[in-house]
Design a protein around this ligand. Structure first.
Ligand SMILES: CCCCCCCC/C=C\C=C\CC(=O)SCCNC(=O)CCNC(=O)[C@H](O)C(C)(C)COP(=O)(O)OP(=O)(O)OC[C@H]1O[C@@H](n2cnc3c(N)ncnc32)[C@H](O)[C@@H]1OP(=O)(O)O
Length: 241
């Protein structure tokens, strides 16, 4: 991912990600992809706050549809998808990694990962929640979501948000080793098993997709939510000054 400075998932970047995924899926010489970051120290800052702040309802609806599409397409991809997480990964950045089949995280205490939406005064939608529950179980997910926990590497491994923590200079090589193991499995059997495991979760969003967009638009348009997102963005900008 190369969307400096922080790989935020803007509408344009999400569209590029989806086009890239589609191209790779349509090229039958590809069997797997490794998602990693070109921004030093940052895997992805998550959803782009500027797409959710000070825009009109039509824009929010279009943006949310793209976020849903990203989740659906990566979560259900027939390719083996591995996240080589070489930086901090809050909220939507964590969600993107949770769509992958395997997560390797660099062992740097700054590289926290988690769904921290509540800390921003927002609520992780049900499909964010379902993805986390499927990964770490109900009790751990409930605690992590309510408290908006961002896990440092050792904790992330203990709770199961990531599958492996390795020294920073070994993230890419480890992801490639893991990819080789996954690609050794007969493709059709692995793909069908992935579908079996993930389709019920994806189907829930597919059947409630329009309602989920409407909920998002209603929620994000609230004055109180706009105020807190605006204040949060300002705080991020002032950090430098
Ligand atoms: C009732 C149920 C209804 C259901 C409703 C559902 C509602 C759900 C709604 C939303 C869900 C959202 C999920 C998300 O993903 S929200 C985004 C969460 N992300 C964050 O909190 C991360 C914020 N960023 C940071 O913490 C830092 O930027 C960090 C990634 C740690 C990098 O730090 P650093 O290297 O120091 O860089 P800066 O902070 O200086 O940032 C550089 C510039 O980038 C801008 N920035 C940062 N993050 C974002 C972002 N997520 N979106 C847009 N822009 C971002 C930052 O403002 C700086 O900008 P500038 O250079 O102009 O000052």
């Amino acid at each position: 991912m190369r969307n400096p400075p922080v790989n935020s998932l803007s509408l344009e970047f999400l569209t590029e990600l989806l086009i890239s995924l589609e191209k790779l899926e349509n090229d039958k010489t590809f069997h797997g992809i490794i998602i990693t970051s070109d921004c030093p120290g940052i895997f992805s800052a998550g959803l782009d706050l500027t797409e959710m702040c000070g825009r009109d309802p039509e824009h929010y609806a279009e943006y949310w549809k793209a976020v849903q599409e990203m989740w659906l397409r990566f979560y259900l991809s027939n390719l083996v998808v591995i996240a080589a997480i070489n930086g901090v990964s809050p909220a939507g950045g964590c969600l993107l990694s949770l769509t992958c089949d395997y997560r390797v995280l660099a062992n740097n205490p700054k590289y926290a990962i988690g769904l921290n939406e509540t800390l921003l005064g927002i609520v992780a939608p049900f499909w964010f929640k379902d993805t986390l529950v499927n990964t770490i179980g109900h009790r751990s997910a409930e605690r992590a979501l309510q408290l908006g926990l961002l896990f440092p590497p050792a904790e992330a491994l203990r709770v199961g948000v990531v599958d492996q923590v390795v020294p920073e200079d070994q993230v890419q090589s480890t992801a490639r080793l893991v990819m080789a193991q996954w690609l050794d499995i007969p493709d059709h059997a692995r793909q069908l098993t992935k579908t079996l495991m993930r389709k019920p979760t994806a189907d829930r969003l597919l059947t409630e997709r329009d309602a989920d967009i409407q909920n998002f638009v209603r929620f994000i348009c609230k004055d109180s939510i706009q105020k807190s997102l605006h204040a949060y963005l300002e705080k991020l900008k002032q950090k430098k000054g």
